[in-house]
Design a protein around this ligand. Structure first.
Ligand code: SF4
Length: 402
């Protein structure tokens, strides 16, 4: 495991919020008590120059010791509620220094008391230490544990994720949180070419996750941004798997700023991974049943429409175009209203929700979205509060997931 050097740095702000909710992890607010990560995954995106500018990514860990105090001061002033997402590609709230610092339970208690829903993404079983606190968040407002896991092979895990918890411990964390009634999901990324992205490896992972009963899996391939991230990864690969080096150099020869491999490869692999997970009954997005009622209704609709575009990506071009046009119209309405909301300090979340409901009830709504079929679908979600099922692509007659 990498040794780290702690750097204590106070923050002035704890919660970050964009105009739109992140449709991938579905967090309304982003938060992290740490910067950089002692888990030291060899593929970590956080090593790229665009994120990290000082010191060594897996050794110089910034600890925001005053984060709980700042969070406690910010939470009562929030005019909108929504999921606080803790974890990102460039830090992990349960990385090794957290064992001593105990910033996560301090923050969890604040969220529980405020009735704010939360989601944690981690590669550490240390999250089990705070099971009772997150269970309380679950009971009051909803909690999702997301575990990042790319393989069932613990030797491969130790090689590429040296400071993270063993595979079985992470699977155990998923089972235990599920047993407490929390939603649980897996970020199966980055599935490494020729190491764990083959059909057999992905199917074994999918079978295991389906047996645990996870609510969703978010699969994704490896990106290698040119510079520090790509150089470090390829030099490590050259030492441990020299036979794969030429293949990786070819896959990443275009040196795209995003770090993506050759498009034909990533398209085909992504399609296969999604097919395999779905065939085991595992949705490949955070399901509507998991985030409904945990973010404002206007954000819920925004996320749902963006996810629909993904579900119907392989539909005939004309219907996809109509869906995209409706998505753009909704988004333009929402962003406009949010800018207004941000300027009117007296306006509350309920006011914006009421505006949306009034639109949904109005006879002209279908015309406004320019897509009567989508408008009728959304009306059932907004007014009748039905839940979308990502596998059947139908609205369920019942309410949210139990
Ligand atoms: S756990 Fe996440 S943030 Fe930490 S090193 Fe690994 S990939 Fe990066």
């Amino acid at each position: 495991m990498p040794e780290w050097r702690s750097q204590y740095r106070d923050v002035k702000k704890a919660l970050r919020k964009g105009l739109q909710v992140d449709a991938f992890f579905v967090g309304k607010f982003a938060f992290s008590p740490y910067q950089a990560c002692a888990h030291g995954c060899l593929y970590c995106d956080g090593r790229a120059e665009r994120y990290w500018v000082e010191g060594e990514f897996d050794r110089d860990i910034v600890i925001r010791r005053n984060a709980p105090q700042i969070l406690a001061a910010e939470v009562p002033k929030l005019r909108e509620k929504g999921i606080v997402f803790i974890g990102s590609g460039i830090s992990d709230g349960y990385q090794p220094p957290e064992k001593e610092e105990k910033l996560m339970p301090a923050c969890g208690r604040i969220l529980a008391e405020a009735g704010l829903p939360a989601a944690v993404l981690t590669k550490s079983s240390l999250v089990l230490r705070d099971l009772d606190i997150w269970s309380e968040v679950q009971a009051r407002s909803g909690f999702t544990l997301m575990v990042s896991l790319i393989t069932l092979d613990d030797r491969l895990r130790a090689e590429f994720e040296p400071g993270a918890s063993p595979v079985e411990e992470r699977l155990e964390a998923l089972s235990v949180f599920r047993g407490r009634g929390c939603s649980v999901g897996v970020a199966a990324m980055p599935l490494l070419p020729s190491l764990c992205d083959g059909d057999g490896d992905v199917a074994a992972l999918a079978d295991r996750l389906a047996a645990i009963g996870v609510d969703f899996v978010l699969p994704g391939g490896l990106t290698l941004r040119p510079g520090r991230q790509k150089d470090l990864f390829l030099s490590a690969l050259g030492r441990t798997h020299p036979e794969l080096l030429a293949r990786y150099e070819k896959l990443y020869e275009e040196n795209r700023a995003s770090g993506a491999p050759l498009p034909a490869y990533s398209r085909e692999r992504q399609r296969r991974m999604e097919e395999i997970f779905k065939s085991r009954g595992l949705p490949i997005v955070v399901p509507h049943g998991v985030y409904r009622d945990r973010i404002p209704l206007y954000d819920e609709i925004d996320v749902l429409i963006r996810q629909l575009s993904r579900h119907y990506a392989s539909s005939p071009k004309s219907s996809l175009r109509r869906l995209e046009e409706a998505r753009a119209r909704y988004q333009s309405w929402l962003l406009d209203r949010k800018k207004f909301f941000n300027r009117r300090r007296r306006m509350r979340e309920e006011d914006l929700t009421a505006e949306l409901k009034a639109l949904a009830s109005a006879a002209g709504w279908a015309g406004w979205l320019g897509n009567p079929k989508l408008a009728a679908f959304l009306r059932e979600v907004i007014i009748e509060r039905r839940t979308f099922d990502e596998l059947s692509l139908q609205l369920r007659p019942d309410g949210p997931d139990p």
